[in-house]
Design a protein. Structure first.
Length: 244
């Protein structure tokens, strides 16, 4: 997935990002009752589904909606009123600022260096601040690289990292924990699966496939159906960390 693709499909995103919203809602449910933030940062916010919910949960908090895709930011802006305490930033991360709560859902899988990302986020957190992250890890969409291999095509999509790697990247945080939960999305056909990915700005290969190559890939993906259903499984690791 690339920023141009996110940008191009920003207006479609909310109509097709069903599993992403389900995971985001599960992340919000992890927030403890003791968390009463006055300043919030959402990283990789997309169209600000999480920020919209956090704005209702914490109406007095100032929220920074941060995403590198400008069209996503424009869609997000339409979800808030002038009375909401919302700031918008088109970037990977803020260069400065201090926040009580930082959240990120289904975004940091695209970050190359988790150690560096955690270090940057740590600097943005206030003492006693919370970090909550949800990201797909090893086991997610396992059928895809298998289908590429069977179709004799090089797989250049995401190789999802192990949950342990996310935990190791949190060494700066005095307190942290994580767990992994499975989420599923079912499709009647492989082409419907790829259409959905396309509509949210995702892709499964950095190299464009020819029509014949894509046809071969679809055929191999169809072989992974069970009882007429292609199950897209996401192994999502939820991280909770605190800066003491």
């Amino acid at each position: 997935m690339t920023k141009p693709l996110f940008n191009y499909h920003a207006n479609d995103y909310d109509n097709y990002a069903h599993i992403q919203r389900k995971i985001a809602s599960a992340l919000i449910e992890q927030l403890p009752a003791s968390c009463e933030p006055k300043s919030i940062l959402e990283v990789g916010a997309g169209t600000a589904y999480i920020s919209k919910k956090l704005n209702r949960l914490y109406p007095d908090a100032e929220i920074c909606v941060c995403d590198p895709a400008p069209n996503m930011i424009e869609v997000a802006k339409n979800k808030f009123t002038s009375e909401d305490k919302i700031n918008f930033l088109c970037n990977e991360l803020p260069k400065k600022g201090q926040f009580d709560l930082i959240v990120s859902s289904m975004a940091i899988q695209w970050v190359d260096d988790w150690d560096l990302w955690m270090s940057d986020v740590f600097k943005l957190l206030k003492p006693e601040g919370y970090l909550f992250v949800a990201t797909p890890t090893c086991g997610t969409l396992r059928f895809l690289p298998k289908a590429f291999s069977s179709a004799k095509l090089p797989y250049s999509g995401l190789n999802y990292r192990k949950a342990e790697e996310l935990k190791k990247s949190c060494s700066l945080f005095e307190k942290h924990s994580n767990f992994t939960q499975s989420f599923h999305e079912n499709f009647e056909s492989a082409i419907n699966f790829f259409r959905k990915l396309h509509k949210i700005g995702a892709n499964v290969s950095h190299k464009a496939l020819s029509p014949l190559e894509f046809k071969r890939l679809l055929k191999e993906c169809e072989k992974h159906k069970r009882d007429g259903i292609l199950n897209a499984r996401y192994e999502v690791t939820f991280l909770q960390a605190r800066k003491l």
